[in-house]
Design a protein around this ligand. Structure first.
Ligand code: HXC
Length: 263
């Protein structure tokens, strides 16, 4: 029969956290259409699973991801790119999560083009000292198409973003830390343990509170300040409709550990 394509990602679930690994090491984890569909489907499935409280995304081998798959894109014309809605599904990772399960990018190596854009749409980005970032699309005759032109300036400021994109230069892990593009920088062997520690920590909190925090964070990215402040207050008030608010505050007053549930 027809050859079944090898899985381009690997999912490992461990208690309340899931590890999603890009698994095309020979192509430096280039983000083909197959990778996009598999990864988005896997994340949506994990997000819908009440037991999953945090999802770590990383790359197998030496790269995080060397960008969208150039071999696959090279022959496309405009009509095909539009008709295929090329890369549109990546946005689902950002705003399509009904459960608002946090995404943690653990950047182990090069994160170029779509690879950097994938990391930037996650809620937390940490990196190993072997990581590097860049948006070199202009060298290929295109521009970033998975959020790079919008998210990079919001994350690091316009001056740094335009410098990085217009020169296509490589941003080292140290520079990414100093820019605030990543929140933590660790030795390569510490990367997954560090990501796991973040995942375990936030998995221990109220899922409802964590989800509201992510919704408020999205409001910060998308709305004018006045509207976003109202949205924050609406989400804050709604916490008081949850059992987890009573449990969290009650446990503090009773000097015991809280046991959070859902909602
Ligand atoms: C497809 C890729 C790839 C990519 C690497 N490979 N990057 N295949 N798409 N983005 C493949 C190579 O063809 C090669 O396959 C194998 O992976 C190993 O790569 P090498 O180049 O041999 O490795 P090395 O010499 O170590 O160089 C690493 C590298 C280089 C500097 C990262 O691979 C590179 O520059 N890659 C392209 C990076 C890039 O421009 N990314 C942005 C893509 S555009 P073979 O079969 O020869 O062994 C993008 C746009 C998003 O992301 C949205 C646009 C609309």
């Amino acid at each position: 029969g027809a050859a079944v394509p090898e899985a381009a990602i690997e999912v490992t679930q461990q208690g309340p956290t899931a590890l999603v690994e890009l698994n095309r090491p020979k192509a430096l984890n280039a983000l083909s259409t197959q990778v996009m569909h598999e990864l988005v489907d896997a994340v949506m499935q994990l997000d819908a699973e009440p037991s999953v409280r945090a999802i770590i995304i990383t790359g197998r081998g030496k790269a995080f991801a060397a960008g969208a798959d150039i071999r696959e894109m090279a022959g496309l014309d405009q009509a095909q790119a539009e008709q295929q809605q090329l890369f549109a599904r990546w946005q689902e990772l950002s705003t399509g999560r009904k459960g608002w399960t946090p995404l943690i990018a653990a950047v182990n190596g090069i994160a170029l083009g779509g690879g950097a854009e994938l990391a930037m749409l996650c809620d937390v980005i940490i990196a190993s000292t072997a990581a590097s970032f860049g948006l070199p699309e202009v060298t290929l005759g295109v521009i970033p198409g998975i959020g790079g032109t919008q998210r990079l300036p919001r994350l690091v400021g316009r001056a740094r973003a335009m410098d990085a994109m217009l020169t296509a230069r490589r941003i080292s892990a140290e520079e990414a830390l100093s820019w605030g593009l990543v929140s933590r920088l660790v030795q390569p062997e510490q990367l997954l343990p560090e990501a796991q520690a973040i995942a375990d920590k936030l998995a221990s909190f109220s899922p409802g509170a964590v989800a509201r925090l992510l919704q408020a964070s999205h409001a910060a990215d998308n709305m004018p300040l006045d509207a976003a402040l109202l949205e924050e207050r609406r989400l804050f008030y709604s916490c008081f409709g949850t059992a987890d608010q009573r449990e969290g505050m009650g446990a503090f007053l009773e000097k015991r550990q809280p046991v959070f549930t859902k909602n």
